[in-house]
Design a protein. Structure first.
Length: 182
């Protein structure tokens, strides 16, 4: 390498500029949200069917129990996986908003099941699962918007830089030896 470098070249900046970076971040967020949400969907449907068939609880009540279990599961997944880099400053605020928006999602999700069961009489196990799944889908759109907008907000750029500054300025415990030029 005749240019005097050690063979390391800086990586090129991401192609596409700021719009592309924002789109890439959104895609990563949707994928993580979908992974947690998909696991939560399975938890919700499994608990729903177990409670419904093992306890004899009415359909909508069994669904509410399953939704509450899925909400707890999803909070852990969102906080520690999907939105682990989000602002952690106001956990009480975060949890309060998460529960509030989850409650709205619970009403949306179970409203579909309630209407199908009690207004239209569609209450076979297959019909119940179809309308529960449909309600979850509609509620998920609401939850994605509300969680990313109000609950798991990204750190403002100034706070992120301020938080990283002490780390970057700290002296390493074991300084690296000076490289020899020879």
């Amino acid at each position: 390498m005749g240019d005097g470098s050690a063979g390391l070249r800086p990586s090129p900046p991401p192609a596409g500029g700021p719009v592309r970076r924002r789109l890439d971040r959104l895609v990563r967020e949707v994928v993580k949200f979908g992974a947690v949400g998909g696991a939560g969907l399975l938890v919700n449907l499994v608990v729903f069917n177990l409670v419904r068939h093992a306890t004899g609880l009415q359909v909508v009540r069994a669904s509410v129990v399953a939704t509450v279990v899925a909400i707890v599961f999803n909070y852990v997944g969102f906080r520690y996986f999907a939105y682990r880099d989000a602002d952690k400053g106001g956990r009480t605020r975060e949890l309060t908003l998460f529960l509030l928006f989850s409650l709205v999602g619970l009403v949306i999700e179970n409203g579909f099941l309630y209407a199908a069961t009690y207004w239209f009489g569609w209450d076979s196990p297959l019909q119940s699962n179809v309308f529960k799944f449909l309600g979850i889908g509609i509620a998920t759109l609401f939850r994605f918007w509300s969680y990313r907008t109000w609950v798991f907000r990204a750190l403002p750029a100034r706070e992120a830089v301020t938080g990283a500054a002490p780390f970057l300025e700290a002296e390493p415990a074991h300084p690296r030896p000076a490289s020899r030029v020879g």
